[in-house]
Design a protein around this ligand. Structure first.
Ligand SMILES: [Fe+2]
Ligand SMILES: [Fe+2]
Ligand SMILES: [Fe+2]
Ligand SMILES: [Fe+2]
Length: 408
């Protein structure tokens, strides 16, 4: 692998464009498979979350009498045809919010990387000066050094026709949350007694079914579905997402010329049956190869197939504000009737009269909720990769070059 410019040519070596933009995944089978993805996300665990509501009530009042009017003789103590009812308290109700499964925004799957140009040999030349190759021993080959750039990083194929040497990525990440809301179930308020009348006093003797001045109505507030506002989970933990890896040392040919030292580890992209003489398969336990900081880390393992995140909101999690709502009312009954008629001709409210009932506008309070996120599916956070076989040059075979299709 070459960490320099695309324009630099090396006799006997050509760029493996299949590896452009790809990480190397180790396989114990045959090389050539691909997998991984550009990004991953998480959904909420289980059936999602909901928010309980705090009970609420409204005041309600009746507008000008709109019901039947009786004509009576004489002065009466009935409710006038223009009476109203002042505000009184409704009964409490507690609406129910429905569950919602919240989803996190996607995050890029890029572990800490350094870009290289993967080049393959034609089988006739040594590994050129300046190239990198894997090594699994503390005794660095003569004339080879341990470059600083790849330490604790993964090698990635540079973008098509791009140069090596660029770095990026991270071994931890978080996600932004997507706003969500919860649909409420229908609620109403059980019937309650209105305030008395505020109309003009009339005095008389009743012979009809007229509403007395001091009457009230039993009113229920009609059902409706109140609306919650969107809310976003405020803070989500930052977590590690490294793929399962094993560390190998990356060494650089600084001999000033071509060199293929014993024990150097190349990359084989084809079927295992094609591994040529002089090279033997090297096995590791990881899915990916991470560059060791130094020889003491060779064989170290880490990473995971999955990871998850937690909602780190303080104070009980996120809350949805309910948009204020009000109810229309329905009269169920009138409390009393039949006053005392004296004389004269007067229009008064009949028992059957009604009002337009309106309630105050109230926003019920939703309680907070802390969301639990599910793990990503296995390998969902693995970056786009190309499966390769590792091959190690066997001792004392000076004529053995890294073969065709190996990119060292
Ligand atoms: Fe994640
Ligand atoms: Fe209500
Ligand atoms: Fe009334
Ligand atoms: Fe919510």
């Amino acid at each position: 692998m070459f960490p320099g410019a695309h324009a630099t040519s090396h006799s006997g070596w050509i760029r493996v464009t299949d590896l452009d933009g790809k990480f190397l995944a180790y396989t114990s089978g045959n090389g050539g498979g691909t997998g991984g993805s550009a990004s991953h996300t998480h959904s909420e665990a289980g059936a999602g979350h909901t928010h309980t509501q705090v009970q609420h009530r409204h005041t309600f009042s009746g507008g000008t009498n709109s019901g039947n009017v009786n004509i009576v003789l004489g002065l009466v103590t009935f409710a006038s045809t223009t009476h109203t009812h002042a505000a009184a308290n409704s009964n409490y109700a507690t609406a129910t919010n429905q569950n919602t499964i919240s989803t996190l925004g996607a995050t890029t799957n890029l572990p800490s990387y350094i870009d290289v140009i993967f080049k393959k040999s034609d089988g006739t030349t040594d590994i050129p000066d300046g190239f990198w190759a894997w090594f699994d021993s503390s005794s660095t080959p003569t004339g080879w050094s341990i470059p600083a750039g790849p330490k604790n990083r993964y090698v990635r194929g540079a973008a098509a026709s791009g140069d090596g040497g660029g770095t990026g990525g991270a071994v931890t990440h978080t996600h932004s949350a997507v706003a969500h809301t919860h649909t409420q179930d229908t609620h109403g308020h059980a019937s309650a007694t209105s305030a008395g009348t505020t109309g003009t006093t009339k005095t008389g003797t009743n012979t009809q079914n007229d509403a007395v001045l001091a009457h009230t109505h039993t009113v229920s507030l009609d059902t409706l579905v109140a609306v919650n506002q969107n809310a976003t989970i405020a803070t989500i933990s930052t977590d590690a997402d490294e793929p399962v890896y094993e560390k190998l040392l990356l060494v650089q040919n600084d001999t000033g010329g071509g060199d293929t030292p014993d024990g150097i580890i190349g990359i084989w992209l084809e079927d295992a049956t094609g591994i040529p003489a002089g090279w033997a398969r090297k096995t590791i336990t990881g899915d990916f190869i991470k560059c060791a900081n130094d020889a003491t880390e060779i064989g170290n393992t880490g990473g995971a197939l999955t990871h998850t995140h937690t909602d780190t909101d303080d104070g009980g999690g996120h809350v949805h504000t309910q948009t204020a709502h009000s109810h229309a009312g329905t009269r169920l009954s009138t409390s009393d009737s039949k006053g005392d008629r004296v004389s004269g001709v007067t229009a008064v409210a009949a028992v059957a009269h009604n009002h337009t009932w309106t309630s105050s506008s109230v926003a019920a309070t939703n309680n907070g909720a802390v969301v639990t996120f599910a793990s990503c599916s296995s390998k969902a956070a693995y970056p786009a990769y190309y499966e390769i076989i590792l091959i190690k040059k066997q001792a004392s075979d000076e004529a053995c070059y890294l073969p065709v299709l190996g990119a060292g």
